[in-house]
Ligand binder design. Structure first.
Ligand code: GLN
Length: 392
């Protein structure tokens, strides 16, 4: 057989999504890949039923159906405190996964440097390889996940064309403060660089933290390429609806990339999701209340068991420190991945090994998520209690 591309040899499949497959194989409670186990809003599922009968069933406009882009523009305009033009400043994609890949392919030539925080959502690694970008990693240092702005300036001095900011941050739950974002923004202006954001957890930001959309900062819209999705906000991760928002010149180019990558997001799903985009403000307040309750319940449960963890300011992820387990004789020499595999088979709970998010050799953290019904979270905590029985 002829050789495959060198490119595909340089990255593995997604560990996050692999953990779901292993979890399913052993029938564990899956707290690895982040997606809810509860239904989307009824308004959306009712609209889907209507779309099933009335259509559309054929292609939408490649960069997004008109009514979907209009509804999206109205929502994003509120967040950005600026009128977003659905005709020139939006491109609808197949999830934020495609949004980020398309954004990277739109701005990067092979060898271009792009800054990525570490820990980072694992897709960015593959996105960099596939788009030919050369990542410069900026550590977010646990347990507070702070960063050194001087390292970002150094990155720009080395010629970085862009910085990727996941805010709120998967996997560490960091919510960047306005001051932090403004400091990065000043550098982006000074060095004439792009800020590519992933803001899919924008509605899961726990008080007193607040979400600041990068593009909403004064003067920043022209530097920002916002990647976002409907997956988390409306509990429709399987619908694969995402978008890129940015300056018209960037979007014009991104639409070309997107057109040849995927043609377009599913037309009937765009039609149905308009019912989500037009929900009242109270929907987002309820969503945040529900996730705040889940976070508080789950973290309190972890505390009661005695598992060490960070306190996520946003997202539905929590990092657990497994260092003391790895010191036990039965886990001698275990990697975090092996520990997660052991957990799936012996505890019945699936997590993601932290090493898949860190550039640095971190082996003592695993990521769990709490986007689960109350009964699922209760059962997961009961199972996790068994871990502590291992301690001497
Ligand atoms: N963002 C989710 C996670 O980190 C999953 C996204 C995906 O698998 N596409 O678990």
């Amino acid at each position: 057989m002829p050789e495959l591309s060198k490119r595909v040899e340089t990255f593995t499949d997604s560990v996050i999504r692999r953990m779901t497959r292993i979890s399913n194989k052993y029938g564990a409670i899956n707290l690895s890949q982040g997606f809810p186990d509860f239904d989307p809003p009824k308004e959306i599922t009712d609209a889907l039923e209507r779309a099933a009968h009335k259509g559309p069933h054929q292609y939408s406009i490649t960069f997004g159906a008109k009514n979907f882009r209009d509804a999206l523009a109205a929502k994003v305009s509120k967040t950005f405190k600026r009128e977003v033009d659905p005709e020139t400043e939006l491109c609808v994609t197949c999830g934020s996964t495609e949004a980020m890949m398309t954004a990277m392919m739109t701005i990067c030539n092979p060898g271009d440097k792009v800054m990525v925080f570490s820990p980072f959502y694992e897709n960015y690694g593959a996105d960099a390889i596939l788009s030919g970008a050369d990542p410069i990693y900026i550590p977010l240092v646990p347990p507070e996940y702070n960063f050194d702005i001087k390292l970002i300036e150094e990155g720009f001095k080395k010629g970085a064309k862009a910085i990727i900011i996941c805010n709120p941050s998967n996997p560490c739950g960091k919510v960047f403060t306005r001051d932090e974002l403004e400091a990065i923004g000043e550098l982006a202006v000074k060095y004439d660089a792009f800020v590519v954001t992933d803001e899919v957890y924008e509605h899961m930001v726990y008080a007193p933290n607040v979400h600041t959309a990068f593009a909403s900062l004064p003067g920043m819209f022209d530097h920002t390429i916002t990647c976002n999705s409907l997956s988390k906000t409306y509990s429709i991760t399987g619908w694969r609806l995402g978008y890129i928002c940015g300056p018209a010149k960037v979007i014009e180019a991104a639409r070309k990339v997107h057109d040849f990558l995927t043609v377009g997001a599913a037309a009937p799903l765009q039609e149905a999701a308009v019912a989500g985009l037009t929900l009242p403000e109270s929907y987002y307040e309820d969503l945040l209340r529900i996730y705040t309750e889940k976070r508080d319940f789950f973290l309190a449960g972890l505390d009661k068991i005695g598992l060490k963890h960070n306190i996520p300011q946003g997202t539905y992820f929590v990092m657990i420190d497994i260092a003391e387990f790895l010191e036990l004789p039965q886990f001698k020499g275990y990697s975090d991945l092996e520990f997660c595999e052991w957990m799936i088979q012996n505890i019945g709970v699936a997590a993601v090994p932290g090493s898949s998010f860190f550039r640095e050799p971190v082996n003592n953290l695993i990521r769990l998520h709490f986007a689960r019904q109350q009964s699922t979270l209760e059962e997961a905590l009961l199972r996790l209690e068994k871990m502590v029985d291992l301690m001497p």
